[in-house]
Design a protein around this ligand. Structure first.
Ligand SMILES: [Zn+2]
Ligand SMILES: [Zn+2]
Length: 553
């Protein structure tokens, strides 16, 4: 009997974001990614969402390290938070570590980790883990699939990947190595990216975007051109720069993360822009607009981003108008469509010409579509399969795809956040659950509970009614008030009569309480809340938050 191997899913199976899994071999834990998720509109005031770290906290002494598959925030953004509580080394490509380092450093926890770079194709022992780093193509360079050689056979995790046959840097997804592993010793379990499992066909090569950009630059030779994309998409930045250089333009970057990442990638030799072609954004005004190109952040319409400020006419460095072309080289992430749409409207109002992915092929996805997922399934030929990285519907479609590709239905597991699966000599099965709820972060600490969120939702949708009243502690007689203050329920200056009635309802409830001798503070508060809540609901059919402030003297 070989030792069992466990995998605990802490995030990313049920949502796009906060990817985090934990492998257990010989009692030790290796984390595979530790990402964050950006909040949706149902989470007012929340900056970001993390995996639930409860289980990791309880098993802190067993954590050997964390492997980060690539530099995206949904894979590395949680580390700065986890490192406050735990201390462990982090493994990844040099670029991945460079991108992850910023947030860790800003959080002041760089001293609690060791960043260990690994090379393409490297096979490495880390404690009881024997892991191989296999190159994959994705929308950030130098991503890895990982193959764990375990007592229960090879476990292959695809990472975020696509099969780009003509990648900008020539670094291909190493299907040959995956094929070799499939032959000898065979791949027992495959975990694979499900993001685009609903999309038929294949993703276009990143290189195709370059051609479209070059054409657009050619067609708009009389305008200043501003292109936005994700700051970590170094290959996209490279292609924008090449289009600009081909048309003799000078380049400036705009947005903090764009500046940082361009500097990092140039330093590492991953981005080729000659010094002479770069100018600081402060000096872009000196350049003939028809010879200038600005590469900017803000492609998701984020409210304070460079692009959103531009659209509002409030960008410190750039005033845009009818002499400008803005290219949004991106897709809106689900949930961001409204914000992106608003930014585009703002730009048109200023007279700016806008090109986005709905008008031209200025973006391609970094995630494999069905055709590519099928290719991986057929090359890896796994005995068992678990879809990862996706909402439940993506996981479901990917599971069906695997069955169609010949993986027996009973050997496909549809796992979700919090599930523990165990590989033994007999096969694979669910082996328990761990806490995997959302950890909400507002500001810098993850201390926002569901209660706080519920309050915020009520406040934003229904408003608040505060009632302040002073009563005699012995008799229960009302001494001052009740005073009613409201925000978001009714507009007080125009609702005097209604507020009068509300005050009477409160007084009546306090008198009724005094009649039965109920004078303790908690009871009075509860009665006031109930009476006022009922009145508000009966008269206005609304349910604002009721806050009773009862003072006894
Ligand atoms: Zn991802
Ligand atoms: Zn990614």
């Amino acid at each position: 009997m070989a030792d069992p191997v466990r995998i605990t899913f802490l995030g990313g199976l049920g949502e796009i974001g906060r990817n985090c899994a934990a492998l257990e071999v010989a009692g030790r834990i290796m984390l595979l990614d530790c990402g964050l998720m950006f909040p949706d509109i149902e989470m007012p005031g929340i900056d970001l969402v993390l995996p639930d770290f409860t289980w990791l906290r309880e098993n802190a002494d067993r954590v050997e390290g964390c492997i980060v598959t690539h530099g995206h925030e949904d894979h590395a953004g949680g580390l700065a938070f986890l490192l406050r509580e735990l201390s462990f080394p982090i493994y990844g490509s040099a670029l991945t570590l460079g991108l992850a380092r910023n947030r860790i450093e800003e959080a002041g926890v760089l001293g609690r980790t060791r960043l260990v770079p690994v090379r393409d194709g490297e096979r490495r022992r880390i404690g009881p883990f024997d892991v191989e780093f296999i190159p994959v193509t994705h929308s950030v360079p130098h991503g890895f699939a990982t193959a764990f050689h375990t007592p229960q056979g090879v476990i292959l995790h695809s990472g975020d990947f696509k099969l780009d046959m003509t990648p900008v840097d020539g670094r291909l997804t190493d299907l040959a190595r995956i094929g070799a592993l499939a032959t000898d010793p065979g791949i027992r379990l495959l975990l694979s990216d499900s993001t685009n499992a609903e999309e038929p066909g294949h993703t276009a090569s990143e290189r195709s975007v370059g051609e479209v950009l070059r054409d657009l630059f050619g067609e708009h030779d009389d305008k200043r051109i501003i292109v936005t994309c994700f700051a970590s998409h170094i290959h996209r930045v490279q292609q924008i720069a090449e289009a600009a250089l081909a048309h003799g333009r000078t380049i400036a970057t705009l947005g903090r993360s764009m500046g940082k990442n361009v500097a990092l990638a140039r330093e590492m030799g991953l981005l080729r822009i000659p010094d002479a072609a770069l100018v600081d954004i402060e000096r872009i005004g000196d350049v003939d607009p028809a010879r200038a190109c600005v590469i900017s952040t803000g492609s998701q319409g984020e409210p304070m981003s460079a692009l959103a400020l531009m659209a509002a006419g409030e960008n410190k460095w750039l005033r845009v108008g009818d002499g400008d072309l803005v290219i949004l080289s991106s897709h809106a992430i689900p949930g961001n469509e409204g914000a992106v749409s608003k930014v585009i409207d703002g730009l048109y109002r200023l007279g700016v010409e806008v090109v986005h992915s709905g008008l031209a092929d200025v973006h391609v996805s970094g995630h494999a579509m069905q055709g590519e997922l099928q290719t991986l399934l057929s090359v890896a030929h796994p005995r068992y399969f678990i879809p990862v990285h996706g909402e439940y519907r993506h996981l479901t479609h990917h599971a069906r795809l695997a069955v169609r590709m010949g993986v027996a239905e009973e050997r496909v597991l549809l796992a979700e956040d919090g599930d523990v699966v165990e590989l033994t000599d007999d096969g694979i099965d669910f082996a328990g659950e761990v806490p995997a709820g959302y950890l909400y972060v507002d500001g810098i600490v993850g201390d926002v509970g569901h209660g706080v969120l519920r309050d915020r939702r009520v406040l934003s949708e229904e408003g608040v009614v505060v009632v302040v009243v002073t009563v005699d502690a012995r008799s229960g007689e009302v001494l001052t008030g009740p005073e009613i203050i409201t925000r978001g329920w009714v507009y007080a200056p125009e609702a005097e009569a209604l507020l009068d009635e509300a005050r009477q309802a409160v007084v009546a409830s306090l008198e009724a309480a005094a009649d039965v001798g109920a004078t303790d503070f908690e009871t009075l508060k509860r009665r006031v809340r109930t009476a006022l809540g009922r009145f508000v609901n009966e008269r206005t059919r609304r349910r604002p938050m009721i806050v009773p402030v009862v003072m006894e003297v």
